[in-house]
Design a protein around this ligand. Structure first.
Ligand code: PMP
Length: 551
């Protein structure tokens, strides 16, 4: 097939999820978590179960032979995708996480107490925790590349290399900031050391063609679902000479040549690392994914993504009230930002109300965000099917949120006392009458402004247990009636608290206990639309209210 130059519209039209009626307005910017799948990949899954489903065994029946041949055909395709020297260097696994666990187990089995593993602060938890576990088991030491506010100074890698360094396991691209390290620079610094170099290419493989020989690494891991493939299948590349010396990490069927009662002989490469039944349909669909990618002009795809990324950063940088953590240079396609005041989750919920899918949190990179002195961030991550219209939709929605936030903040300014009257003015009917979720959400945020700032109640003893956002609740009883005061940084949580308190404040215990407030939460559609963490927050607050009036 001849390569054509890249058309984002034509590319997007290959992805049926976007054509579903409920997704017509969807702006999907959560690609670093997982990408959508083209029809050819979805079809390949069904095709396998329709025509080829059998477990693999070379010397078995027709279908089994067919499945076996398919697996080895896809392995050869994957070797081509990675530019590995041979299919023997390609191990199928569940994904990058499993591949990194395999490496952490098998490589560290051979190490001695006091040997060192070098990591960086930008790593995904999947490239930290397995090494921590292996280090604890084998008495090894972890060392981190020097960093500035969490961002590794990869050019100072040499400072943490030494005679005991055995493994260097580094990101090929960060899921939290998008930062793509200079792999050639890393390779130069590693020259002359007797160690194994692992590249976590979970993000990299989605945005650039991979050439393990040009990179010069010993191992590389990736997950198909990040590059338009199915979930549950990933690749571990290992240089043949390295894989050959490693002990298997899991035992079972498929990975053995012969089994005795007390000892077994393992299969050759790469099967000795593939115990049990693999995701065979996943492998079939991975084959379709690799073919799909082979037909694309990946240079043009990457150029399109970089254009979007530049616009995204330019747009966000122009919005006052936002802190931008990512940089557009050396970035695979991530914008990470947070409101300067308030809670990033509120912004995420606002965007969700406009059907814009982004992610909020620490993005499995807690050490990075902690070192950066940052709380949770909002992450917008790009794929080649995104358009400039997607980026503009995000920028407009964020600007609207900031404007609303600003007007709420100035309206709340000065009135520092929580008052029952202002809660009494909140009318449930008005909230229920908002037809669209976006309008209801806006109303809920307005309700949140009735809860004024109360630094005096922000004490550990008043924290609402089980609520992910910080939230404080105090209570007093007068003449058999119960009164409450509440505070939180999250506008949504404040809105939910206003909703709850408007139903219980100034009432008697019996009345509060019998009111079906959880039912009200469901009736208002809040259970359906709010994230699990916000729903948990509501229920935690409700429980605390019930406990306070029962004491
Ligand atoms: N490393 C990086 C950089 C990632 O972004 C991810 C997934 N977010 C992983 C490792 C783990 O990948 P998976 O969950 O597919 O195993």
């Amino acid at each position: 097939m001849t390569r054509s130059s890249f058309s984002p519209e034509a590319f997007r039209s290959r992805f049926p999820l976007f054509a579903q009626p409920e997704n017509r307005d969807l702006v999907y910017l959560d690609n670093a978590a997982t990408t959508q799948k083209p029809a050819v990949v979805i079809d390949a899954l069904a095709e396998f179960y329709l025509h080829s489903n059998a477990n693999t065994h070379r010397s078995s029946h027709r279908l089994a032979r067919r499945a076996t041949a398919m697996v080895e055909r896809v392995r050869a395709q994957a070797a081509g995708f990675l530019n590995a020297a041979s299919p023997r260097e390609v191990v199928f696994c569940r994904g990058a996480t499993e591949a990194l666990n395999l490496l952490a187990f098998s490589l560290c089995e051979e190490l001695e107490r006091g040997d060192e593993i070098v990591l960086s602060t930008i790593e995904h938890h999947a490239n930290i925790v397995p090494w921590q576990m292996a280090a604890a088991r084998r008495g090894l030491n972890l060392r981190y590349i020097p960093h500035t506010a969490g961002v590794p100074q990869f050019d100072r890698l040499g400072e943490v290399l030494g005679p005991r360094t055995r493994i260097v396991s580094l990101s090929g691209g960060s899921n939290a900031l998008g930062l793509r390290p200079d792999l050639a620079g890393i390779r130069r610094q590693l020259r002359g050391y007797n160690l194994r170099w692992v590249v976590d290419a979970a993000q990299l493989a989605a945005h650039e063609p991979i050439d393990v020989q040009a990179i010069g690494c010993d191992f590389l891991v990736c997950s198909a679902h990040k590059f338009y493939g199915p979930t549950g299948i990933g690749l571990l590349y290992g240089r043949e000479a390295c894989l050959a010396g490693m002990v298997p990490w899991q035992g079972g069927g498929e990975m053995i040549a012969e089994v005795g009662l007390y000892q077994s002989q393992y299969a050759g490469l790469p099967h000795r690392f593939e115990a049990g039944t693999s995701s065979l349909a996943g492998i079939a669909a991975l084959g379709a994914t690799l073919e799909f990618l082979r037909e694309q002009d990946r240079t043009a795809m990457a150029a399109h993504e970089q254009g979007l990324l530049a616009r995204l950063h330019e747009g966000i940088a122009a919005l006052p009230g936002l802190r931008l953590l990512s940089q557009p240079q050396h970035n695979l396609g991530v914008a990470a930002f947070a409101p300067e005041a308030g809670d990033a989750s509120d912004l995420m919920h606002w965007l969700d109300g406009r059907d814009i899918a982004v992610r909020v949190g620490s993005h499995c990179a807690q050490p990075l965000l902690r070192a950066a002195g940052s709380g949770p961030t909002v992450r917008a991550s790009l794929a080649a099917y995104n358009s400039y219209a997607d980026v503009e939709a995000l920028l407009v929605a964020v600007a609207d949120y900031l404007q609303l936030d600003q007007s709420l903040a100035s309206a709340a300014g000065g009135t520092c006392h929580w008052s029952r009257d202002s809660l009494g003015a909140l009318q449930l009917e008005r909230l229920a009458a908002q037809r669209s979720w976006q309008d209801r959400y806006r109303e809920l945020l307005r309700w949140g402004k009735s809860i004024s700032a109360k630094p005096e109640i922000r004490l550990p003893a008043n924290l609402v247990r089980g609520c992910e956002a910080d939230a404080w609740l105090v209570h007093r009883e007068e003449g058999g009636r119960h009164y409450f005061a509440f505070d939180s940084d999250s506008r949504v949580v404040k809105g939910l608290a206003a909703l709850l308190l408007s139903q219980v404040d100034g009432r008697e215990a019996g009345e509060i206990r019998t009111r079906d407030l959880a039912g009200l939460f469901r009736e208002l559609g809040l259970a359906r639309h709010l994230s699990e963490s916000r729903s948990n927050g509501f229920h935690a607050l409700l429980q605390q209210i019930q406990a306070l009036v029962s004491d």
